[in-house]
Design a protein around this ligand. Structure first.
Ligand code: NI
Length: 177
């Protein structure tokens, strides 16, 4: 297993729609192991493959520290089956380090996916797990939580982010998507 570098906004891979996994082969198994290790090391509660530069439909989630009993989840080709209610909570993202904002999400979701053995699993979630699943599945569509905040908040974020990138000596970003 090895730690993978996490792609940081505005890396274009974060905007790519991830491709379905057709074969859960050794390459995918290795990716899953590396993603788990990378998420735990960060530390984070969820990671989508886009975030490590691999636009394929693989997500790992671990909210055990906040919601004991859920354990570590590996989801391949996850699909939203149903969603209900509304909730708003503070979110962050390993690809947008240091920025947090309130995001509206569904309260409860049911998600179907394959696990790493290729077995179909169905997860009914509320609370943090529900939010985390929605956040990670957004990643697979090339979507980030900053797309779900108000236009004013997004403008402020982009100004701050440009400044931060400049201070860090990153290449000038003329436009943040
Ligand atoms: Ni994220």
């Amino acid at each position: 297993m090895s730690l993978l570098p996490i792609s940081v906004y505005p890396d274009p891979v974060l905007r790519q729609k991830a491709e379905r996994v057709e074969n859960i082969d050794d390459v995918i198994q290795c990716l899953i192991d590396d993603m788990i290790e990378t998420m735990q090391e960060a530390p984070g509660i969820g990671l989508a493959a886009n975030q490590v530069g691999r636009p394929v439909r693989v997500v790992v989630v671990d909210v055990e520290c906040r919601e004991p009993g859920r354990g570590l989840l590996v989801l391949i080709n996850p699909e939203l089956i149903s969603a209900s209610g509304q909730t708003k909570s503070e979110e962050g993202c390993l690809s947008i380090p240091g920025y947090f904002a309130g995001v509206a999400r569904h309260q409860e979701v049911v998600v179907q996916a394959l696990d790493r053995e290729g077995q179909r699993i169905e997860i009914a979630a509320d609370g943090l797990l529900s939010i985390c699943l929605q956040h990670e599945m957004d990643h697979l569509e090339g979507k980030l939580f900053i797309d779900r905040i108000s236009p004013i908040s997004r403008d402020i974020f982009k100004r701050r982010w440009k400044k931060k990138l400049k201070e860090e000596g990153a290449e000038a970003q003329s436009c943040l998507d």
